[in-house]
Design a protein. Sequence first.
Length: 607
Amino acid sequence: MRALGSRPHFGAKEKAVKPARSWCGSLAKDDVGRTVRVCGWVATTRDHGGVVFLDLWDRSGIVQVVVHPDTPEEHKLAHTLRQQDVIEVMGEVVARAPETINPKIPTGEIEVKARAIQVHARADTPPFPLDEAEEVDEALRLTYRYLDLRRSRMQALLALRHRMIRAARAYLDAQGFLEVETPMLTRSTPEGARDYLCPSRIYPGKFFALPQSPQLFKQLLMVAGVDRYYQVARCFRDEDLRADRQPEFTQLDLEMAFVEREDVMALVEGVLAAMLREAGVDVSLPIARMRYAEAMARFGTDRPDLRCPLELVDVTDLMQEVEFKVFREPARKGGLVKVLRVPDGARLSRKQIDDYTAFVGRFGAKGLAWIRVNDPADVPGGLQSPIVKFLSEDVLRALLARVQAQAGDVLFFGAGKPAIVNEPLARLRVRVAEDLGLMEEGHRFVWIVDFPLLEWDEDEHRHVALHHPFTHPHPEDLELLETEPGKVRSLAYDLVWNGEEVGGGSIRIHDPELQRRVFRALGIGEDEAEDKFGFLLRAFRYGAPPHGGFAFGLDRLVALAAGVESIREVIAFPKTQKAACLLTGAPAEVSDKQLAELHLRIRRTKA
């Protein structure tokens, strides 16, 4: 680190008239003649025949500072300045000569003629350029995140996040909501993702858990009479490593009492529109509703990207008697056979089809059968595929009619259990549309409603909650809860934007007996329910209003609004895909003394 410059402080005269700080990017032609004080980082320095020009920036923008030889001490000091040195300048705002105006920046019509310069800190050469012209490895950016955040693009993303949160707060305040903070240290309720556990020093052998969401506390607030609550809430989930997920993330969390499903959804639409207005995104209200069953049938996912015009077609019934075992067995044994018709897909090369086969394999598919439709009127002669010989002419004609095949189409097939048919084809649907330029422009929002309340977990051999165990069953399906729990729908609703879930919620259970019935359907007995959730059931006995809520995934919402691919771009200090902090080196080992205080011992395994 180099020594400070020769003028560490303003002189007494300058101090006596020291004006309030002005933002670099706020100065304009109207300020000509004013004495101002600007502070920030040196972006560039240029020596033009004895006159030194400095580009000085702060998060508001950039302004040019000119240092003339007629201030010899400042002029000498200016020659020693380098990029990212931190300085303070006092001087007069002057108009630039017409030929030197820079129309590319808001302050391009003026400059600050320096009268005094103070150096606050000298800077080493950054490990990567801080302009926007050069791509920088993400690991390097995250290691020096404080430098990465100096880049104007990152400053703009943080500012957008701030504006969107501010807009949400203003909207909810106008609707009578209270912002209430809920605990960060709570008890473990392992019915969802894994908890982050915090050992207690005071209570040996016992643990707090960091909240996966404020779910239970916001329901308790409804019992408490805080009938409209919201919070910008930090949440934690110790999930297996997945792309673009963070172990800690932020929700815009809200809950309302005395409401039905449509009340909550309408309120959420208003919040969404207010937030996205800050990003220049127009939301057409009301947002369309789609049932879960329809979304899965047409798109293979409950997060459909409606910009993609391609849809899946179920042909399971046509395949029950075919010679092709790959189709016949799933069709007979409760599986699915679905088709994705790709218009003009015949132009895809065999290599591209092989690439798609490898692509769907990443999501569990064991292969990708296909048929090229050269002439749909000529069966089977007009069809090209290794599998055509295993399908009768009657089946082929019925297949082509059902999918409305045209000459030049390609048909892609998925067969097997629903999970290994729907997700691979849903992913392929969007991938092919992107490759062939079929994706539509714009922003497509949709509500997905009428989810199943429960789903069967093959590993645990029991039903688990599709959302969480506090979601209210659909009133029309209550009688199925004990007899056919897998057929019970819920009053849950997810909001999807261009194929990404940006939030979800539900009407909650407020009747303690119904909550116990749902617990039993989940295999949670009376003793376990009392141990884990007794405080909630007890609260319900003191008068719980009907209530429901919603939580936006704020990081994802801001990322989509900003048009960036990763949520790490809109989080100030994110973790990597491996849930590590390159900046601080977390997670890290702790001392034996700390472990002893927590009554813990590390069991080390051999490498």
